[in-house]
Design a binder for this molecule. Structure first.
Ligand code: ADP
Ligand code: MG
Length: 557
């Protein structure tokens, strides 16, 4: 061993820990889920490394997680025989904020602080589940002993969660033969976690379906008993699995806290064989619009976890959680080579198509549930309109819009086209940041007067896809703020008065306005757009839409 070396946490970790320690979040049970999920990840990482280096298994090849209770010492211990961590890895994993989720969490907390809503920071812990550090909700000291697979040294990390931690090499007898032991010195008010009934209930409820068996020891010297079998849930027949089991699995593997809005479990057979277990969240993940945010579908090959970076789904389906377990990808190729495999390409295609068709089914079957989904994730799905040409048709079919005709509800393009006016050749839209302001903008007057529906697009992404040459049933999308709005062929609705005939007087005024405004505008003209307002700004026919122009200016381009 070496002498303990004291190091400070990264500033962000210290802040996070401060929050954990002072957390009033009531559902502290989640710490156990986080530790077990890390232990299961570590076992799966080992399982993967064993493919290329079977010797790492030593004489302990079966992955396992053991939860040991010690009521007398008021300790709870979670041990795994997974991949383990070296001294350097310990300091990196448990001294910094590595994962983007935790970073996003901190940003949210900072935002909440500014908005100063009391207690909301604590609420957020529940929504985010901030991994390992959540141990400090229930413990006033945490010891981590770890020995990396294949290493002949072991390391010890310890902290009271108050700003610094110590790290040192220790005798290998003090650490597991392989893997990680996490010892929580429980706070007084968290002593109940050493009650066997409580601990078992929490573990089986939260983590009963992780793909690694879990054992419980009621006392350090007690016999251990198995409390979860580690059978991969997705290999069981659908009819055997309850909604509750699916939901637990979703929460324990996807790191979510909500109920899945939709569960999709099927087996693809034929040319390629694979199982899919996918979930649509019912709440927006916090990092949905993180620019680095990629999907998190896990890739397994014959029940061995390979990677969660295989980009199984297109970016615009990044909110989908779950896994694909392939029967025909080779186990012994590198993650990099898997990326290029035609088998993966077939899986990617099949799963994306299936998800879109399930969404379509949901829309037919349960409109209300679908609209809830759309409200959460529509803005992401619309990215596909310019990113995924092959599925544009399908995505347009799934899209729902606010419009001048939608009221409180939503409109599909099918609805729009069914209500289209005679001689109307385009699908009209207006883009802006705020729905109410958009709905009352003068540009819409002429359209309203003719009963022409205008889509009101308020998501950032809308400014991009509308310019990507999208059309629906042969009708192009056309901005109401752009170019000439040729509405003359469409009659006014009853009771509307036509705009003044272009007269010599109007021509005179236009000439005057052109003269005064000079370079500031590219043209001034009479318009059928307006019925009440005197003027409005529009973009030239072939120029950028005004909302897009604003967005790009905002992005500093
Ligand atoms: P996440 O699991 O999302 O990465 P955590 O805060 O839960 O975030 O864990 C941080 C990191 O610590 C993990 O990514 C992993 O590298 C490491 N880690 C935590 N627990 C273990 C463990 N039992 N075995 C090996 N590594 C672990
Ligand atoms: Mg974790």
């Amino acid at each position: 061993g070496t002498a303990p070396e004291t190091r400070s946490f990264e500033a962000d970790v210290a802040r996070l820990l401060h929050m954990m320690v002072h957390s009033v979040y009531s559902d502290k049970d989640v710490f156990l889920r986080e530790l077990i999920s890390n232990a299961a990840d570590a076992c799966e990482k080992l399982r993967y490394e064993l493919l290329s280096d079977p010797a790492l298994a030593g004489d302990d090849g079966q992955p396992r997680i053991t939860v040991t209770l010690d009521p007398e010492a008021r300790q709870l211990i979670v041990e795994d025989n997974g991949i383990g961590m070296s001294e350097v890895e310990l300091a990196e994993a448990l001294g910094t904020i590595a994962r983007s989720g935790t970073r996003a969490f901190m940003e949210r907390v900072a935002a909440v602080r500014e908005g100063a809503k009391e207690g909301e920071g604590a609420q957020l812990i529940g929504q985010f589940g901030v991994g390992f550090y959540s141990a400090f909700m229930v413990a006033d000291r945490v010891d981590v002993f770890s020995r990396r697979a294949g290493a002949d040294v072991a390391a010890h990390w310890a902290s009271d969660g108050l700003g610094s931690y110590t790290i040192q090499l220790v005798d290998i007898a003090d650490a597991p033969a392989r893997g990680t032991r996490i010892v929580l010195h429980l706070k007084e008010d968290a002593a109940s976690y050493t009650e066997p009934f409580t601990a078992q209930r929490i573990v089986t409820a939260q983590s009963g379906h992780v793909p690694v068996p879990i054992f419980l020891k009621e006392k350090p010297d007690a016999e251990e008993k198995q409390i979860a079998d580690g059978a991969a849930l997705w290999t069981r027949p659908r009819s055997d699995i309850t909604a509750e089991e699916y939901a637990d699995f979703y929460r324990s593997t996807a790191g979510q806290f909500d109920e899945p809005a939709l569960t999709l479990h099927y087996r693809a057979e034929g040319l390629h064989e694979y199982s899919v277990l996918a979930f649509l969240p019912s709440m927006r993940p916090f990092d949905l619009f993180d620019p680095d945010r990629a999907g998190r579908m896990k890739l397994y090959v014959r029940r061995v976890f390979i990677t969660d970076e295989a980009q199984i789904l297109p970016r615009y389906l990044r909110f989908v959680r779950g896994l694909v377990d392939s029967n025909d990808l080779p186990l012994n190729v590198s993650r990099e080579m898997i990326q290029e495999s035609p088998v993966l390409a077939a899986v990617q295609k099949g799963v994306a198509n299936r998800i879109l068709s399930e969404l379509d089914k949901l829309a037919q079957k349960d409109g209300e549930a679908y609209l809830k989904f759309w409200d959460n994730f529509g803005a992401v799905l619309k990215e596909g309109l310019y990113e995924d040409f092959a599925r544009r048709e399908a995505l347009l079919g799934l899209a729902r819009f606010k419009s001048t005709a939608s009221g409180e509800g939503w409109r599909s393009l099918k609805d729009y086209v069914e209500a289209i006016k005679d001689n109307q050749t385009a699908i009209y839209y207006a883009t802006g940041a705020d729905l109410d302001r958009l709905a009352s903008s003068p540009q819409l007057e002429g359209f309203r007067a003719r009963g022409i529906e205008v889509l009101l697009l308020t998501d950032q992404v809308d400014s991009f896809w509308v310019t990507a040459g999208v059309d629906y049933q042969g009708k192009p999308f056309k901005s109401v703020t752009q170019g000439l709005a040729d509405l003359s062929l469409i009659p006014l609705a009853e009771g509307e008065t036509p705009a003044a005939e272009a007269s010599a007087e109007v021509d005179g005024f236009i000439a005057y306005a052109r003269d005064v405004l000079g370079e500031a505008v590219s043209d001034v003209r009479a318009s059928e757009r307006l019925t009440e307002s005197a003027v409005c700004l529009v973009a030239p026919d072939n120029a950028m839409d005004r909302q897009l122009e604003k967005l790009l200016a905002g992005a500093g381009r």
